[in-house]
Design a protein around this ligand. Structure first.
Ligand SMILES: [Zn+2]
Length: 375
């Protein structure tokens, strides 16, 4: 049985732990200890040293009936700022922060839901297939934990990432591909008062190039673009020699992502060169998108599990990126499931205990439904 008290305590214990991205040491130690107490044999991978963090991903196999579909259950250990000294406050059915930090329900709620579901299965002797629990580091700001995961050690057929918001039984089945880009505008420095005519102002080059961008904001129903950072100049009396601009493009469709990115950068280059300057550009695919069909086995599994749990399934597209993108990119069908987190990335963050309980029931239904599937 799902225990509301055990779930609440498990969540609060974790919410009190400082666990900013790349500083998840205390949280990783806490989870390694909890998993050992539950009778499992968890390990930590070497992602920490690869990304300059102080902890790696925590991974744990929960052995089940062989030959049945293997499920990967995932959540991330890191939280956003302000996240030091979090003090969760229980107010009836709601847990919120004290207003000075985030609550960290993103994603302690995901971890708490997974752990409570496993405890409940174990306690009740409910049959299940092999389960792999993966608690990642540094999801926020770059999905670093998931991107550095050695997926060859995790032979999963389907993955469920417990890291979404919205009513329980909401699942993100579509998410965009993501390109980040950086442009260095190069002009010529000169004394701004004595001989400005010898200079070529890189800030002005950037301004003119950006003013006429062919795409900005919402490009189409499934694609967006943003300029998020601009930096230029070193002193008021110097015609600025360089200016850097950083932006992003997202689209559910990879071909459109590539076309929009190219059109933006071509435009910037054309305008700048016509004005006598030049640019250096850099593009990086941060993560792939995914789009799971209504008829795909994982979506059918979700439908059946929701019916079993008595919850209305809400399949949605998201404009954000999560570990789910990376796992789909590894070739394992993965969906992002709501655990009820609310007003995340703000000091008003809160979560309902009853929603986390429902998320446990949904996850339990997913796990037992998967038993009726073939590998
Ligand atoms: Zn999250």
């Amino acid at each position: 049985m799902i225990s509301r008290d055990r779930l609440t305590n498990c969540f609060i214990e974790m919410a009190r732990i400082d666990s900013l991205s790349k500083k998840e040491r205390d949280m990783a130690d806490h989870l390694l200890k909890k998993l050992r107490e539950m009778g499992f044999d968890p390990y930590e991978d070497d992602t920490g040293s690869k990304i300059g963090g102080n902890a790696g991903n925590v991974i744990c196999r929960v052995p089940g009936i062989p030959e049945k579909p293997v499920l990967l259950l995932m959540a991330h250990m890191d939280t956003v700022a302000p996240g030091i000294g979090k003090k969760p406050v229980v107010d009836g059915d709601t847990i919120r922060s004290d207003g000075t930090t985030v609550l960290g329900g993103d994603d302690a709620a995901g971890i708490a839901v997974i752990l409570e579901t496993i405890r409940s299965l174990k306690e009740d002797g409910t049959p299940h297939g092999d389960l792999y629990l993966v608690f990642t580091v540094a999801e926020e700001g770059g999905l670093f934990g998931a991107r550095n995961l050695d997926i060859s050690r995790i032979p999963a057929d389907y993955a469920f990432i417990m890291d979404d918001e919205g009513p329980i039984a909401t699942a993100a089945v579509k998410a965009p591909f993501y390109n980040r880009f950086k442009v260095l505008f190069k002009g010529r420095a000169a004394h701004a008062g004595l001989e400005p005519e010898k200079g070529l102002n890189a800030i002005i080059l950037a301004s003119k190039a950006l003013a006429g961008l062919p795409h900005m904001g919402r490009i189409d129903a499934e694609s967006t673009c943003n300029i998020g950072i601009i930096n230029g100049g070193i002193a008021r009396n110097i015609v600025s020699e360089t200016c850097t601009v950083e932006g992003e493009v997202r689209s559910i469709h990879e071909d459109r992502l590539e076309r929009y990115t190219r059109e933006i950068l071509d435009h910037i280059r054309d305008v700048t060169e016509k004005l006598g300057g030049c640019v250096e550009t850099e593009v990086e695919r941060m993560y792939p998108g995914y789009c799971l069909e209504e008829s795909s086995p994982i979506v059918c599994l979700l439908k059946e599990a929701a019916r079993k749990a008595g919850l209305p399934l809400n399949l949605r597209a998201t404009g954000g990126g999560s570990d789910t993108n990376v796992i789909n990119g590894y070739g394992i069908p993965a969906v992002d499931i709501s655990v009820g987190m609310d007003r995340i990335h703000s000091t008003e963050e809160r979560i309902r205990i009853s929603d986390m309980e429902k998320a446990c029931c949904f996850l339990e239904a997913i796990i037992t439904t998967a038993l009726t599937y073939n590998r």
